[in-house]
Design a protein around this ligand. Structure first.
Ligand code: C5P
Length: 240
């Protein structure tokens, strides 16, 4: 069985308020995207598909893949305007039986989490990394009045990798788009939603998604304050 990692780096990074797209920003001497690629390069996955902004393919080939010697990066392809479109392009380019879809903006992906996801996807066909929610989460209305408090013991914060049987998620995308060609890709904020809504098991039933223990260090770098946490995590890892 072959595994493909799909590393997403086609976002605009607007919330970072920096001139340079955030995936190429410096984090302790390396571009942010280096870390997720290095984790998969070191892991047992068979190939890496890197999804980047249109126009960045040559730059990434030279400045990221060749510069750091990422031999498993088989293909660098263009993403779309929404994350789910980038994922779809990645799935079409991947050749593995299983795909591990990962945000390039999550640099602290451990070998333990990759290993757990590889085992889980063989067993369940659809599995997502997650950590138990530590905060109290409330729902509010448009005027900011609290409408309910959710039961924290049942809540999980979803991370990536999200891992799927490639055929299952590829068919799920096709079904969603054929049933509703105008289906808003923007509403699909997470890959599991595509499989929950459009996926079918061989017997026609809806697939179930297994939550797999992620890692609280596996944060996504989104806004400038995340860089502060990111540097602290790297410093702590170096001190080990
Ligand atoms: O926007 P958000 O922080 O949720 O993006 C998560 C990941 O998806 C980032 O690594 C980003 O580069 C990627 N992405 C993408 N294509 C898009 C939007 C986001 O590959 N159109």
């Amino acid at each position: 069985m072959k595994y493909s990692a799909i590393v997403l780096a086609a976002g605009s990074g607007k919330r970072m308020h920096a001139g340079l797209p955030k995936q190429y920003m410096d984090l302790c001497g390396k571009p942010l995207i280096y870390y997720a690629l290095a984790a998969f390069e070191e892991s047992p996955v068979d190939e890496i598909v890197l999804v980047v902004n249109p126009g960045h393919i040559d730059y990434c080939q030279r400045e990221i893949v060749e510069r750091f010697g990422f031999h498993k990066v088989d293909r660098i392809i263009e993403g779309g305007s929404e994350r789910s479109e980038s994922v779809r392009n990645g799935i079409e380019a991947a050749q593995g039986d299983y795909v591990l879809i990962h945000d390039g903006a999550r640099p602290f992906l451990s070998q333990e989490v990759i290993g757990r996801m590889m085992d889980a996807v063989q067993k369940y066909r659809a599995a997502i990394a997650a950590v138990p929610e530590k905060n109290t989460i409330k729902e509010g209305d448009s005027d900011h009045w609290v409408t309910s408090t959710l039961d924290r013991s049942r809540l999980w914060e979803i991370q990536t990798p999200q891992a799927f049987d490639r055929q299952l998620i590829s068919e799920a995308y096709q079904r969603l788009l054929s049933e509703d060609p105008d289906c808003s890709m923007a509403s699909l904020t997470d890959d599991a939603m595509v499989v929950e809504e459009g996926g079918r098991m061989p017997d026609g039933s809806h697939p179930r998604i297994q939550l797999i223990q992620g890692d609280y260090f596996n944060i996504k770098i989104t806004t400038p304050e995340d860089l502060v946490f990111g540097k602290a995590i790297l410093k702590q890892a170096k001190g080990k």
